[in-house]
Design a protein around this ligand. Sequence first.
Ligand code: CDP
Ligand code: CDP
Length: 264
Amino acid sequence: MLPTTSWNIGNQRSDITNQDSATYDREVFRMTARLTIAIDGPAGSGKSTVARRVAAMLGYLYLDSGAMYRAVALKTLERKIALQDDERLVTLAAESHIELKAPTAEQEAVGLKNRVFLDGREVTQEIRTGEVAQAASRLATIAGVREVLVAEQRRARQGGGVVMEGRDIGTVVFPNAELKIFLEASPETRAERRWKEHQEKGESLTLLEVLQEVRERDERDRERKVSPLVRAKDAVLIDNTAMGIEETARLIVFLANERVPSAP
Ligand code: CDP
Ligand code: CDP
């Protein structure tokens, strides 16, 4: 179905020929198409940074599904609930109210991509620790917790025009997404990227410690029974070990343009 507005805008232009008008309509249609873009990949592969940039380029909503797992993990740690207590953790997830919002200019300047609110309290910074990341990846193995968060993620999509990143977006959350990307980078590069972030925050972790954390989490994410981290059959694999953020984002926008259905 074509969005009516794009054709209305096109039809209002009286200063163009019929052929120009058709081209213009097609261009407006491309710009107003509300695709769903799914980006999955391991820790530190660049998902959040690249997804945020793609969303900004297309005027889409950016959603970080990992932040939702991290928010529930933070609550679990704060309440000292055992990470083996599946039943309580599912209830905790179902009772949690998680909101993702666009960052302020100051937050964006220090690399934050989504503001995260847990039960009305901002936890944007608190969820970015290694301890929370590890707890999130343990919680993420519980089917009931995933069910609750996946339902929230599907709701957040609204009418499309969204870039969502995580581990199971192309395989489980949005299996019909128009564009699926599986973002990769070598483990050493991913760990180094994360280590630099820790350095910038003044945290004194060694590169080896970060590499171990990333490896351990990747292994758990890839090997869990429910919704493991795998590349969807129809996902485009992009290894950005030697690619910059802008270059990777532009490639995804190019692929998104190719996925826009053609206007009749
Ligand atoms: O979300 P994910 O864990 O996949 O990675 P990220 O948080 O987006 O990226 C980790 C770090 O790598 C960030 O500091 C990015 O700026 C950086 N990065 C990079 O240097 N080059 C890329 N091509 C992608 C990300
Ligand atoms: O930023 P980084 O890539 O290190 O992790 P994240 O995207 O914030 O996700 C934290 C953890 O949540 C991951 O290690 C996964 O275990 C889990 N997760 C998941 O299982 N499914 C998702 N769609 C997103 C995150």
